[in-house]
Design a protein. Structure first.
Ligand SMILES: *Cc1c(COP(=O)(O)O)cnc(C)c1O
Length: 426
């Protein structure tokens, strides 16, 4: 019989570490990854037939739940018309028209096949448009796996980052300056020194990759002001927050308008899609109109566009985010109450369908605070929840994802499991 353990052993013989994306190997929590056979609505089933209430949601895309009939129908219909053309198709224009209508500053869109490609292309565009080389990123923000973004703060007073991955030459990240999220002074200092050399600041406006952190009041507006003053572009990487914290993403929530936005995850409804979007005067620096090269064999793939369109139809329905936020809010309130009852330094928060839980007394405001979690306690909590049939992202530094398929009964079942798990680890 096929078990998670036997399948992991099998996979490890042919896939590096048994996986195709590092975090799936469960290294941060230990134990055996679950091999998923099937998913529907709020649930996933592993190869042993065990059902989980899923708060991973494929790391964000599945905001309408797994295998939503409308999305599956749209994908099936598109598939009958052909899987890929490598030539323009109408669904690309339709999805781009939606984005232009949703975001006031967005006049042109370029689709890619992943979030990584979108951010990588956004950096190239910002550099080509401004004719400057330096970029600013924040420690703890994740923008995919492009070389120049795999950087952490350098030691001491050094503004230049050092690579976080082997295989990234120090020379490649020489132009990447690293600042601290929610610390405007750290950005001001970089602009004071390198102002006229900085092409762009790239930021997750509501970071979901150092668990969920909310921007301090005035922080994003401060970035906007610094970028405008120094002629640098502000890039909001909304691959995770877009269409998840609100229909209009974090930029709608905070009322700060970036120059360029990157999207992914929800916009593909579970198919591989990324997007880069902004005003025509910037976007038209890109090929075929401008000198900044960008291309992709499967970009704007008709099946992926169909999944994105069907998902936007679902989440654009009146009241969708009110209902999603209210139900997710009940889960968060219940988790906080359970932690208080257990007398545990543990808490949770959410914005729309993006949520975080922390082995901390209060929600963190910085990367340093996220790193200060009681990791051993989180691991024990994690496995108690998994054993109880609750699938959370397998790491204390990841956010978790709520969908419209999660029912009140799912929330109750999750809270029952959490109360027992928190008591057990207290
Ligand atoms: C997931 C993510 C990416 C990378 O997207 P991929 O599709 O995995 O390449 C980039 N930025 C943010 C904010 C993300 O959450």
């Amino acid at each position: 019989m096929s078990t998670n353990a036997s399948e992991f052993e099998r996979a490890a013989k042919v896939l590096v570490g048994g996986v195709n994306s590092a975090v799936r190997a469960f290294r941060a929590v230990g134990g055996t990854p679950r091999f998923i056979a099937r998913a529907e609505g709020a649930y996933m089933w592993d190869v042993e037939g065990r059902r989980y209430i899923d708060y991973l949601g494929s790391w964000g895309p599945m905001i309408a739940g797994h295998s939503h009939p409308q999305v599956v129908e749209a994908v099936t219909r598109a598939a009958r018309d052909g899987l890929s053309f490598g030539a323009p198709n109408l669904r690309e224009s339709e999805l781009a028209e939606r984005l232009c209508a949703m975001f006031p500053q967005v006049e042109r869109v370029r689709f890619t096949s992943s979030g990584t490609e979108a951010t990588m292309s956004a950096l190239r565009l910002a550099r080509g448009f401004t004719k400057r080389d330096r970029i600013v990123k924040f420690e703890g923000c994740y923008h995919g796996t492009a070389d120049s973004l795999l950087v952490k703060a350098g030691s001491g007073a050094l503004a230049f980052g050092s690579p976080t991955s082997a295989g990234v030459p120090a020379d490649v990240v020489r132009h990447t300056l690293v600042a601290q999220f929610n610390d405007l002074a750290s950005v001001q200092a970089l602009f004071a020194q390198y102002g006229d050399e900085i092409a762009c600041v790239i930021v997750e406006p509501m970071p979901g990759n150092m668990n969920l952190i909310l921007p301090a009041p005035g922080f994003l507006a401060g970035l906007r002001e610094l970028c405008s003053r120094h002629g640098a572009l502000l890039i909001f990487d909304e691959v995770m927050s877009g269409f998840r914290v609100a229909l209009g993403g974090a930029q709608e929530k905070v009322g700060v308008v970036p120059d360029l936005s990157t999207f992914g995850k929800v916009i593909g409804g579970g198919m591989p899609v990324g997007a880069l979007a902004g005003p025509a005067r910037i976007m038209e620096s890109m090929a075929p109109l401008g000198p900044v090269y960008q291309a992709g064999t499967l970009s704007g793939n008709p099946i992926a566009m169909a999944a994105g369109l069907a998902t936007l139809d679902l989440i654009g329905a009146p009241g969708f985010f009110d209902r999603l936020g209210a139900r997710c809010g009940r889960l968060i309130d219940g988790l906080n109450a359970a932690a208080r009852e257990a007398g545990l330094a543990f808490c949770a928060q959410h914005v729309g369908g993006l949520a975080g839980m922390y082995a901390l007394a209060t929600p963190p405001n910085s990367f340093t605070q996220v790193q200060g979690q009681d990791v051993e306690r989180f691991k024990r909590f994690y496995h108690l929840m998994l054993d109880a049939g609750i699938y959370l992202p397998p790491s204390p530094v990841e956010a978790f994802f709520f969908s419209s398929a999660h029912s009140e009964a799912d929330v109750d079942a999750t809270l029952d499991a959490a109360r027992a798990a928190l008591r057990a680890v207290a």
